[in-house]
Write a protein that binds this ligand. Sequence first.
Ligand code: HEM
Length: 452
Amino acid sequence: MTVPLPLPDLQRPEGPRGHPLLGHLPQLRQDALGFLRHSRAAYGDVFPIRFGRQEVLVVADPAAAREVLVTKAASFRKGRGIQKMEPFLGTGLLAAEGEVWRGHRRLMQPSFHRSALEGMAGDIVASAEPMLRELARAAQSGAEVDVGSEMLRVALRAVATVLFGTALRDEDLAVVERELPPLLTSTANRIRSLVDWDLPTPARQREKASQQALDQLIHRIIRERRTAGAGGHDLLGMLIAARDEEGRGGLSDAELRDEAMTLFLAGHETTATLLTFLFLELSRHPEVRTRAAAEVQEMLEDRAPTAADMRRLPFLNACIQEALRLYPPAWLLPRQATQPVTVRGVPLAAGQGASVNVFLLHRNARFWPRPDAFLPERWLTGERVPDAFMPFGAGARMCIGNHLAIMEATLISALVLRGFTLDVPGGGPTGLVAGVTLKPGAPVWARVSPTA
Ligand code: HEM
């Protein structure tokens, strides 16, 4: 185990020099990860950068991350980017603050508890069927598959089924598959933009049309479920029935819509990129893949995986953890100070930003020997420094869907590994794109063959 060096309390940490007006935006736009890694090497694990004139403290040290997300969380709110998503996400958990957030989180938490989710394993396995059929077709025809697209489709189906259960018809899924991706792209563009113009551009109109189509669908399903009066075992049923400890509740239709939209948004691209990176690394390390596939084969033979199998697949689980370490889909956790506060002794004024950089944290050589190498074995032995690994965040705002995400990733990857070998010719793209989520720098195409 690597012992963390005590970080001296800093008063004014130095950071890279930036443009007087644009700050470090040019460098961030050109190659955010390269710039941030280079700056960390030069200035240490806590250093300031600027988005335009807005100063942001980059945090890549576990103790500093803990201060921002846990011990001093009351002095922060979510960063400006997430605030720009409010029109789309409303009072949904990801964007809400204060009492509204607290009330919803309390109400929703039990539905995301491991034991509540276990009954949904069958739905997740069923959502993987079209993807498995596609892999079988590709194996037969010799065509390559775009792993990222396949994983996006399966993750979207999984979250939609877990959310709405049998209320979701095939034509509804087609609407979600068509309308959600453009909405995500335009939301990501809005977050990146320095100005907030709501001009009636074709892109903006397309975004509004997508949002309306999804709103209509979600409202229809909520109406049907309320009329039927049944709770149901899917998340929507649980949320309709949810009451807090004093028996107060539940969520209004508008609140249910916001939560459903939030779960779609937060719950599909993240899981899909995790799976894409996992298969990319397994293709680069055939000996690791063989070991993971053998573990799955031995455990499952011909039956469908269940939630109970997750505990029986320690090596596959280690591969998933290692993919999350190297490629944390939520690579940046931005916050804004709401009052004067210090982080590792660095004073922040109200309004100033602090951004926990999960990517830099997970590749910090002080805590992770050979930080850039894919080494699942490291999860089977040894102790780890608390807070040096936080793919799901930390503190009260930690991901509510973490168990669901791990369950989806385990079941889906087990199903693929049992039936198929995905080989990415040439090792696939080495670059990364660090947008709202972290993605491979180019599509990951794979040749598919049936597992021997
Ligand atoms: C590999 C997959 C996933 C990763 C890496 C991930 C990561 C994260 C992280 C880091 C946060 C905290 C953000 C912050 O502190 O600023 C978060 C929040 C959240 N995630 Fe996830 N997530 C994943 C999957 C899911 C799934 C499957 C769902 C639900 C279907 C989900 C729903 C949410 C929600 C609702 C929040 C906001 C929680 C709150 O503020 O109370 N996530 N996620």
